[in-house]
Design a protein around this ligand. Structure first.
Ligand code: AMP
Length: 403
Protein backbone atom coordinates (compact mmCIF):
# COMPACT_ATOMS: atom_id res chain seq x y z
CA UNK A 1 0.00 0.00 0.00
CA UNK A 2 1.15 3.55 -0.70
CA UNK A 3 0.80 5.58 2.48
CA UNK A 4 1.14 9.34 2.44
CA UNK A 5 2.80 10.34 5.71
CA UNK A 6 1.96 13.86 6.78
CA UNK A 7 3.62 15.89 9.52
CA UNK A 8 1.95 19.28 9.83
CA UNK A 9 3.50 22.24 11.64
CA UNK A 10 2.01 25.67 12.24
CA UNK A 11 3.31 27.02 8.93
CA UNK A 12 4.75 23.89 7.34
CA UNK A 13 3.70 20.50 6.06
CA UNK A 14 6.21 17.70 5.52
CA UNK A 15 5.27 14.63 3.51
CA UNK A 16 6.56 11.25 2.42
CA UNK A 17 4.92 8.80 0.08
CA UNK A 18 5.87 5.39 1.45
CA UNK A 19 5.37 2.03 -0.21
CA UNK A 20 4.82 -0.53 2.56
CA UNK A 21 5.40 -3.51 0.23
CA UNK A 22 8.94 -2.49 -0.73
CA UNK A 23 9.45 -0.51 2.53
CA UNK A 24 10.74 2.37 0.47
CA UNK A 25 10.15 6.09 0.12
CA UNK A 26 8.68 6.96 -3.31
CA UNK A 27 8.83 10.73 -2.78
CA UNK A 28 9.27 13.21 0.02
CA UNK A 29 9.35 16.92 0.60
CA UNK A 30 7.71 19.79 2.35
CA UNK A 31 5.76 23.01 2.07
CA UNK A 32 7.03 25.98 4.03
CA UNK A 33 5.64 29.37 4.99
CA UNK A 34 1.98 28.33 4.78
CA UNK A 35 -0.14 31.38 5.55
CA UNK A 36 2.93 33.62 5.30
CA UNK A 37 4.23 35.46 2.26
CA UNK A 38 7.04 33.73 0.35
CA UNK A 39 5.83 30.11 0.41
CA UNK A 40 8.12 27.38 -0.92
CA UNK A 41 7.63 23.74 -1.90
CA UNK A 42 10.36 21.10 -1.99
CA UNK A 43 9.92 17.73 -3.64
CA UNK A 44 12.37 14.86 -3.95
CA UNK A 45 12.02 11.57 -5.77
CA UNK A 46 14.90 9.15 -5.14
CA UNK A 47 17.28 9.03 -8.09
CA UNK A 48 16.06 12.34 -9.55
CA UNK A 49 17.13 15.95 -9.14
CA UNK A 50 15.31 17.66 -6.23
CA UNK A 51 12.64 20.09 -7.37
CA UNK A 52 11.77 23.35 -5.63
CA UNK A 53 9.35 26.13 -6.47
CA UNK A 54 7.73 29.21 -4.95
CA UNK A 55 4.02 28.98 -4.15
CA UNK A 56 1.81 31.20 -2.04
CA UNK A 57 -0.22 28.90 0.22
CA UNK A 58 -2.87 30.60 2.31
CA UNK A 59 -3.91 27.40 4.09
CA UNK A 60 -2.82 23.81 4.71
CA UNK A 61 -5.41 22.76 2.11
CA UNK A 62 -3.42 24.72 -0.49
CA UNK A 63 -0.29 22.91 0.67
CA UNK A 64 -1.81 19.43 0.46
CA UNK A 65 -3.21 20.27 -3.01
CA UNK A 66 0.34 21.17 -4.05
CA UNK A 67 1.60 17.85 -2.69
CA UNK A 68 -1.04 15.80 -4.54
CA UNK A 69 -0.39 17.73 -7.76
CA UNK A 70 3.35 17.01 -7.45
CA UNK A 71 2.92 13.33 -6.62
CA UNK A 72 0.64 12.80 -9.62
CA UNK A 73 2.50 15.11 -12.02
CA UNK A 74 3.43 13.33 -15.27
CA UNK A 75 7.02 14.58 -15.17
CA UNK A 76 7.81 15.15 -11.47
CA UNK A 77 5.50 12.67 -9.83
CA UNK A 78 5.64 8.97 -8.95
CA UNK A 79 1.97 7.88 -9.08
CA UNK A 80 -0.66 8.42 -11.75
CA UNK A 81 -3.60 9.44 -9.58
CA UNK A 82 -4.73 10.04 -6.02
CA UNK A 83 -6.39 6.58 -6.16
CA UNK A 84 -2.91 5.11 -5.71
CA UNK A 85 -2.74 6.56 -2.21
CA UNK A 86 -4.23 3.86 0.03
CA UNK A 87 -4.24 5.93 3.21
CA UNK A 88 -2.78 8.96 4.91
CA UNK A 89 -0.80 8.50 8.13
CA UNK A 90 -0.62 11.61 10.29
CA UNK A 91 2.16 12.00 12.81
CA UNK A 92 0.54 13.43 15.96
CA UNK A 93 2.83 14.41 18.79
CA UNK A 94 0.49 13.86 21.74
CA UNK A 95 -2.28 11.34 22.30
CA UNK A 96 -2.86 12.45 25.89
CA UNK A 97 -4.69 9.92 28.07
CA UNK A 98 -7.00 9.01 25.18
CA UNK A 99 -4.87 7.12 22.67
CA UNK A 100 -2.58 4.17 23.34
CA UNK A 101 -2.38 3.07 19.70
CA UNK A 102 -2.97 4.40 16.21
CA UNK A 103 -6.56 5.11 15.18
CA UNK A 104 -8.69 5.93 12.17
CA UNK A 105 -9.75 9.58 12.23
CA UNK A 106 -13.46 10.18 12.78
CA UNK A 107 -15.49 12.83 14.56
CA UNK A 108 -15.16 11.24 17.99
CA UNK A 109 -11.40 10.73 17.57
CA UNK A 110 -10.86 14.30 16.42
CA UNK A 111 -12.86 15.61 19.38
CA UNK A 112 -10.47 13.73 21.69
CA UNK A 113 -7.41 15.04 19.84
CA UNK A 114 -8.88 18.50 20.34
CA UNK A 115 -8.85 17.81 24.08
CA UNK A 116 -5.09 17.16 23.86
CA UNK A 117 -4.55 20.69 22.56
CA UNK A 118 -3.69 22.00 26.02
CA UNK A 119 -1.02 19.32 26.48
CA UNK A 120 0.97 20.33 23.38
CA UNK A 121 -0.45 23.64 22.12
CA UNK A 122 2.35 24.25 19.62
CA UNK A 123 1.86 20.87 17.97
CA UNK A 124 -1.75 19.74 18.26
CA UNK A 125 -3.29 22.80 16.61
CA UNK A 126 -1.20 22.40 13.43
CA UNK A 127 -1.75 18.61 13.41
CA UNK A 128 -5.52 19.11 13.49
CA UNK A 129 -5.28 21.69 10.72
CA UNK A 130 -3.28 19.20 8.63
CA UNK A 131 -5.72 16.35 9.31
CA UNK A 132 -8.77 18.48 8.40
CA UNK A 133 -7.01 19.72 5.24
CA UNK A 134 -6.28 16.15 4.10
CA UNK A 135 -9.84 15.04 4.93
CA UNK A 136 -11.19 17.89 2.81
CA UNK A 137 -8.88 17.39 -0.15
CA UNK A 138 -8.79 13.56 -0.06
CA UNK A 139 -12.37 12.77 0.87
CA UNK A 140 -12.32 9.03 0.12
CA UNK A 141 -8.87 8.27 1.52
CA UNK A 142 -8.78 6.89 5.10
CA UNK A 143 -6.84 9.07 7.53
CA UNK A 144 -4.95 7.39 10.36
CA UNK A 145 -3.43 9.12 13.38
CA UNK A 146 -0.15 7.77 14.75
CA UNK A 147 0.83 9.20 18.13
CA UNK A 148 4.37 9.86 19.36
CA UNK A 149 3.21 8.95 22.85
CA UNK A 150 1.51 5.62 22.02
CA UNK A 151 4.48 3.24 22.32
CA UNK A 152 5.06 4.49 25.88
CA UNK A 153 1.53 3.70 27.03
CA UNK A 154 2.74 0.47 28.68
CA UNK A 155 4.64 2.34 31.42
CA UNK A 156 3.63 1.28 34.92
CA UNK A 157 2.14 3.75 37.37
CA UNK A 158 5.36 4.14 39.35
CA UNK A 159 7.09 5.38 36.17
CA UNK A 160 4.37 7.68 34.87
CA UNK A 161 3.08 9.31 38.06
CA UNK A 162 4.68 12.59 39.08
CA UNK A 163 4.84 13.15 42.84
CA UNK A 164 2.59 16.22 42.86
CA UNK A 165 -0.94 16.40 44.30
CA UNK A 166 -2.93 13.55 42.78
CA UNK A 167 -5.78 15.91 41.92
CA UNK A 168 -3.63 17.45 39.16
CA UNK A 169 -3.24 14.05 37.55
CA UNK A 170 -7.02 13.65 37.66
CA UNK A 171 -7.87 17.21 36.69
CA UNK A 172 -5.23 17.96 34.04
CA UNK A 173 -3.92 14.46 33.14
CA UNK A 174 -0.44 15.50 34.28
CA UNK A 175 1.73 12.38 34.05
CA UNK A 176 4.72 11.10 32.12
CA UNK A 177 3.70 10.31 28.54
CA UNK A 178 6.98 10.00 26.64
CA UNK A 179 7.69 10.94 23.02
CA UNK A 180 9.62 9.71 19.94
CA UNK A 181 7.51 6.55 20.30
CA UNK A 182 7.76 5.48 16.65
CA UNK A 183 11.55 5.74 16.79
CA UNK A 184 11.92 3.80 20.05
CA UNK A 185 9.50 1.20 18.68
CA UNK A 186 11.43 0.77 15.44
CA UNK A 187 14.94 0.51 16.90
CA UNK A 188 13.91 -1.74 19.81
CA UNK A 189 12.08 -4.04 17.38
CA UNK A 190 15.18 -4.23 15.16
CA UNK A 191 17.38 -4.85 18.21
CA UNK A 192 15.13 -7.68 19.43
CA UNK A 193 15.65 -9.41 16.06
CA UNK A 194 19.42 -9.23 16.62
CA UNK A 195 19.32 -10.73 20.11
CA UNK A 196 19.54 -14.42 20.58
CA UNK A 197 16.67 -14.78 23.05
CA UNK A 198 12.85 -14.73 23.14
CA UNK A 199 11.43 -11.22 22.65
CA UNK A 200 9.59 -11.36 26.02
CA UNK A 201 12.91 -11.75 27.84
CA UNK A 202 14.79 -8.87 26.21
CA UNK A 203 15.96 -5.77 28.12
CA UNK A 204 16.97 -2.89 25.89
CA UNK A 205 17.87 0.76 26.42
CA UNK A 206 17.13 2.83 23.31
CA UNK A 207 18.86 6.23 23.05
CA UNK A 208 17.20 8.56 20.53
CA UNK A 209 19.65 11.47 20.47
CA UNK A 210 18.77 14.25 18.07
CA UNK A 211 17.78 17.86 18.33
CA UNK A 212 15.18 16.49 20.71
CA UNK A 213 16.47 13.53 22.71
CA UNK A 214 14.96 10.77 24.79
CA UNK A 215 15.92 7.40 26.20
CA UNK A 216 13.57 4.48 26.82
CA UNK A 217 13.76 1.27 28.83
CA UNK A 218 12.15 -1.42 26.69
CA UNK A 219 11.53 -4.68 28.54
CA UNK A 220 10.05 -7.58 26.63
CA UNK A 221 9.29 -5.22 23.74
CA UNK A 222 7.31 -2.84 25.99
CA UNK A 223 8.35 0.53 27.37
CA UNK A 224 8.60 0.57 31.16
CA UNK A 225 10.15 4.04 31.48
CA UNK A 226 11.32 6.93 29.35
CA UNK A 227 13.02 10.27 29.92
CA UNK A 228 10.57 12.66 28.25
CA UNK A 229 7.54 13.35 30.36
CA UNK A 230 4.36 15.39 30.36
CA UNK A 231 5.97 17.35 27.53
CA UNK A 232 9.07 16.82 25.38
CA UNK A 233 10.97 19.17 27.72
CA UNK A 234 11.73 16.54 30.37
CA UNK A 235 14.77 14.28 30.59
CA UNK A 236 18.01 14.85 28.70
CA UNK A 237 19.76 18.09 27.76
CA UNK A 238 18.75 18.85 24.13
CA UNK A 239 19.63 21.35 21.40
CA UNK A 240 17.83 24.27 23.06
CA UNK A 241 15.72 22.47 25.71
CA UNK A 242 16.90 22.14 29.29
CA UNK A 243 15.65 18.63 30.01
CA UNK A 244 14.99 17.82 33.68
CA UNK A 245 16.08 20.48 36.14
CA UNK A 246 15.26 21.18 39.78
CA UNK A 247 11.67 22.52 39.47
CA UNK A 248 12.47 25.19 42.07
CA UNK A 249 14.78 26.85 39.51
CA UNK A 250 11.68 27.81 37.53
CA UNK A 251 10.03 29.92 40.25
CA UNK A 252 13.41 31.20 41.44
CA UNK A 253 14.30 32.55 37.99
CA UNK A 254 10.82 33.91 37.35
CA UNK A 255 11.12 35.99 40.50
CA UNK A 256 14.74 37.08 40.07
CA UNK A 257 14.51 37.90 36.37
CA UNK A 258 10.91 39.07 36.48
CA UNK A 259 9.87 36.57 33.80
CA UNK A 260 6.31 35.80 32.74
CA UNK A 261 5.27 32.12 32.28
CA UNK A 262 5.68 32.55 28.50
CA UNK A 263 9.16 34.05 28.91
CA UNK A 264 10.19 31.30 31.32
CA UNK A 265 8.85 28.74 28.89
CA UNK A 266 11.03 30.29 26.16
CA UNK A 267 14.11 30.13 28.43
CA UNK A 268 13.57 26.42 29.04
CA UNK A 269 12.58 25.46 25.49
CA UNK A 270 14.60 27.82 23.29
CA UNK A 271 17.55 29.19 25.26
CA UNK A 272 18.72 26.22 27.30
CA UNK A 273 20.24 22.85 26.49
CA UNK A 274 23.46 22.71 24.44
CA UNK A 275 22.84 26.33 23.44
CA UNK A 276 22.38 27.45 27.04
CA UNK A 277 25.49 25.74 28.39
CA UNK A 278 27.81 26.44 25.43
CA UNK A 279 26.34 29.94 25.01
CA UNK A 280 26.78 29.53 21.26
CA UNK A 281 25.78 26.21 19.73
CA UNK A 282 22.46 24.37 19.68
CA UNK A 283 23.74 21.98 17.01
CA UNK A 284 25.82 19.11 18.36
CA UNK A 285 28.13 19.27 15.32
CA UNK A 286 29.08 22.87 16.11
CA UNK A 287 29.57 22.06 19.78
CA UNK A 288 31.84 19.17 18.84
CA UNK A 289 33.89 21.31 16.45
CA UNK A 290 34.32 23.99 19.12
CA UNK A 291 35.41 21.33 21.59
CA UNK A 292 37.87 19.64 19.21
CA UNK A 293 39.33 22.70 17.46
CA UNK A 294 39.18 25.48 20.01
CA UNK A 295 39.03 23.48 23.21
CA UNK A 296 36.04 25.69 24.03
CA UNK A 297 35.33 24.86 27.72
CA UNK A 298 31.60 25.64 27.58
CA UNK A 299 31.00 23.58 24.44
CA UNK A 300 33.00 20.78 26.08
CA UNK A 301 30.87 21.09 29.23
CA UNK A 302 27.65 20.86 27.18
CA UNK A 303 28.82 17.63 25.52
CA UNK A 304 29.97 16.19 28.83
CA UNK A 305 26.59 16.92 30.40
CA UNK A 306 24.83 15.00 27.62
CA UNK A 307 27.25 12.07 27.78
CA UNK A 308 26.96 11.90 31.57
CA UNK A 309 23.17 11.97 31.48
CA UNK A 310 23.05 9.19 28.87
CA UNK A 311 25.33 7.08 31.09
CA UNK A 312 23.17 7.81 34.15
CA UNK A 313 19.97 6.73 32.42
CA UNK A 314 21.56 3.55 31.03
CA UNK A 315 22.43 2.61 34.61
CA UNK A 316 19.06 3.64 35.95
CA UNK A 317 17.16 1.71 33.31
CA UNK A 318 19.33 -1.40 33.72
CA UNK A 319 18.29 -1.27 37.39
CA UNK A 320 14.64 -0.66 36.49
CA UNK A 321 14.59 -3.63 34.08
CA UNK A 322 16.62 -5.91 36.35
CA UNK A 323 19.33 -6.36 33.71
CA UNK A 324 20.45 -5.27 30.30
CA UNK A 325 20.87 -7.06 26.95
CA UNK A 326 21.48 -4.17 24.59
CA UNK A 327 21.99 -0.43 24.21
CA UNK A 328 20.93 1.19 20.93
CA UNK A 329 21.93 4.62 19.60
CA UNK A 330 19.85 6.38 16.96
CA UNK A 331 18.74 9.76 15.47
CA UNK A 332 20.87 12.69 14.25
CA UNK A 333 23.40 12.81 17.08
CA UNK A 334 23.30 9.12 18.01
CA UNK A 335 23.84 8.01 14.40
CA UNK A 336 26.44 10.57 13.36
CA UNK A 337 28.74 11.20 16.30
CA UNK A 338 31.20 8.59 17.52
CA UNK A 339 31.95 10.39 20.82
CA UNK A 340 28.36 10.43 21.98
CA UNK A 341 28.28 6.67 21.64
CA UNK A 342 31.69 6.19 23.26
CA UNK A 343 31.66 8.65 26.18
CA UNK A 344 28.52 7.37 27.96
CA UNK A 345 29.74 3.77 27.79
CA UNK A 346 33.13 4.43 29.36
CA UNK A 347 33.52 2.55 32.63
CA UNK A 348 30.39 0.44 32.16
CA UNK A 349 32.33 -2.83 31.93
CA UNK A 350 30.85 -3.83 35.29
CA UNK A 351 27.44 -3.80 33.59
CA UNK A 352 28.72 -6.20 30.92
CA UNK A 353 29.50 -3.62 28.24
CA UNK A 354 32.72 -4.19 26.32
CA UNK A 355 32.69 -1.30 23.86
CA UNK A 356 34.45 -1.64 20.49
CA UNK A 357 36.10 1.75 19.88
CA UNK A 358 37.57 0.67 16.55
CA UNK A 359 34.20 -0.40 15.15
CA UNK A 360 32.64 2.79 16.49
CA UNK A 361 35.29 5.06 14.94
CA UNK A 362 35.14 3.22 11.60
CA UNK A 363 31.45 4.07 10.99
CA UNK A 364 30.98 6.10 7.81
CA UNK A 365 27.91 7.67 6.21
CA UNK A 366 25.42 6.60 5.03
CA UNK A 367 25.10 4.73 8.29
CA UNK A 368 23.54 1.31 8.57
CA UNK A 369 22.91 -1.03 11.48
CA UNK A 370 26.31 -1.65 13.08
CA UNK A 371 27.45 -3.56 16.15
CA UNK A 372 29.81 -1.43 18.24
CA UNK A 373 30.45 -3.83 21.09
CA UNK A 374 33.12 -6.55 21.08
CA UNK A 375 32.01 -10.13 20.41
CA UNK A 376 32.89 -10.88 24.05
CA UNK A 377 30.52 -8.14 25.31
CA UNK A 378 27.60 -9.62 27.25
CA UNK A 379 25.55 -6.48 26.53
CA UNK A 380 25.32 -5.70 22.81
CA UNK A 381 25.72 -2.09 21.69
CA UNK A 382 24.32 -1.11 18.29
CA UNK A 383 23.88 1.89 16.09
CA UNK A 384 20.52 1.44 14.33
CA UNK A 385 19.36 4.21 11.96
CA UNK A 386 15.83 5.06 12.94
CA UNK A 387 12.90 4.68 10.56
CA UNK A 388 9.88 6.38 12.09
CA UNK A 389 8.22 6.55 8.68
CA UNK A 390 8.18 2.77 8.40
CA UNK A 391 6.38 2.49 11.75
CA UNK A 392 3.86 5.19 10.77
CA UNK A 393 3.24 3.57 7.37
CA UNK A 394 2.91 0.06 8.83
CA UNK A 395 0.56 1.22 11.57
CA UNK A 396 -1.53 3.12 9.03
CA UNK A 397 -1.81 0.06 6.80
CA UNK A 398 -2.74 -2.15 9.77
CA UNK A 399 -5.44 0.22 11.04
CA UNK A 400 -6.92 0.51 7.54
CA UNK A 401 -6.91 -3.26 7.00
CA UNK A 402 -8.64 -3.82 10.37
CA UNK A 403 -11.53 -1.50 9.53
P1 AMP B 1 17.68 15.11 14.46
O1 AMP B 1 16.81 15.92 15.36
O2 AMP B 1 17.54 13.64 14.68
O3 AMP B 1 17.59 15.51 13.02
O4 AMP B 1 19.20 15.45 14.90
C1 AMP B 1 19.76 16.73 14.83
C2 AMP B 1 21.13 16.71 15.52
O5 AMP B 1 21.92 15.71 14.88
C3 AMP B 1 21.91 18.00 15.45
O6 AMP B 1 22.37 18.34 16.75
C4 AMP B 1 23.11 17.67 14.57
O7 AMP B 1 24.28 18.20 15.10
C5 AMP B 1 23.21 16.18 14.60
N1 AMP B 1 23.62 15.70 13.27
C6 AMP B 1 22.83 15.52 12.21
N2 AMP B 1 23.55 15.11 11.14
C7 AMP B 1 24.83 15.05 11.55
C8 AMP B 1 26.06 14.69 10.92
N3 AMP B 1 26.11 14.34 9.64
N4 AMP B 1 27.19 14.74 11.66
C9 AMP B 1 27.14 15.10 12.93
N5 AMP B 1 26.02 15.44 13.59
C10 AMP B 1 24.88 15.42 12.92
Amino acid sequence: MNVLIVNAGSSSLKYQLFDTASKSVLAKGGCERIGIEGGKVEHKVPGREPYEFASEMATHEDAIRNVIALLTDAERGCISSMKEIGAVGHRVVHGGPYFTSSVLADEDVLAKVEKCRDLAPLHIGPSLTGIHACMDVMKDVPQVLVFDTAFHATMPEEAYLYPIPYEYFEKYHIRRYGFHGSSHKYVSREMIKLLDKPAEETKIVTCHLGNGSSIAAVKGGKVIDTTMGFTPLDGLIMGTRSGAIDPAIVTFLMEKENLSPAEMNAVLNKKSGLLGVSEKYSDFRDCRMAMDNEKDPKATAAIRVLAYQVKKYIGAYAAAMGGLDAVVFTAGIGENNNIIRAMPLEGLEYLGIDFDHEANDAIRRPVSTTCISKPSSRVKVYLIPTNEELIIAEDTERVVSER
